[in-house]
Design a protein around this ligand. Structure first.
Ligand code: ZN
Length: 200
């Protein structure tokens, strides 16, 4: 790629930092994101209540949720996978009140699924503090059959829905939480760009 490019639709992720004005902190974590939560607690433990939802997907041998639970905050709900976590978050959100701050750390699919759930309850994604970790795998939206495919690591994929060969564009839709996949424009099999794992 050339120097000096920028992609407007690409979301910018930051680091999780406490919002001092929040009346209630909800931290939603996936796998290695536990490291970011530990860093938050090493800075401070806020006065107002904290609840943590943890998915063990992408965890390595370090038991971050246990460490967080034993050392800093025992108001932690640990889930074996993302789907159980999304269910738990969705159950909790209607009981939340004004002054809630949501923090989310995980893969892009994880971040934007949480964002879509929160949106149902009136939390705009601009109010969610997001940190990207675990993987750069993308969710891809097929612009031909409208299927969304998660955890894509390569620049080119065959759509699971319509079988078209798609190239993954940099254009990101916040509403869909996915990058656009557009049919490869090739006259023959020889024109196909090389399939490479570029989102490890
Ligand atoms: Zn398709």
């Amino acid at each position: 790629m050339e120097n000096g490019y920028s992609i407007k639709s690409k979301p910018i992720y930051s680091l999780l930092l406490w919002d001092d004005k929040a009346l209630f902190h909800m931290i939603i974590v996936q796998g290695l994101g536990g490291m970011s939560v530990l860093k938050m607690f090493q800075i401070k433990f806020p006065k107002n209540p904290v609840i943590i939802f943890y998915s063990k997907k992408y965890m390595n041998e370090v038991d971050y949720p246990k460490l967080i639970n034993n050392t800093y905050c025992n108001n932690i709900l640990i889930n074996e996978n993302d789907d159980d976590l999304f269910f738990a978050v969705e159950n909790m959100l209607p009981e939340m009140f004004m002054g809630l701050r949501i923090y989310v750390v995980g893969s892009e699919n994880f971040i934007w699924t949480v964002s879509k759930i929160a949106d149902k309850y009136g939390y705009d994604d601009s109010n969610i503090i997001k940190e990207l970790t675990n993987t750069l795998a993308r969710s891809v939206y097929c612009t031909h059959c409208k299927l969304i495919m998660n955890d894509i690591n390569t620049n080119i994929i065959k759509c699971f829905g319509c079988n078209k060969v798609l190239i993954i564009r940099e254009h990101f839709s916040r509403r869909l939480g996915a990058y656009m996949g557009v049919m490869v424009n090739a006259e023959s099999a020889y024109d196909f760009p090389k399939v490479e794992e570029i989102f490890p």
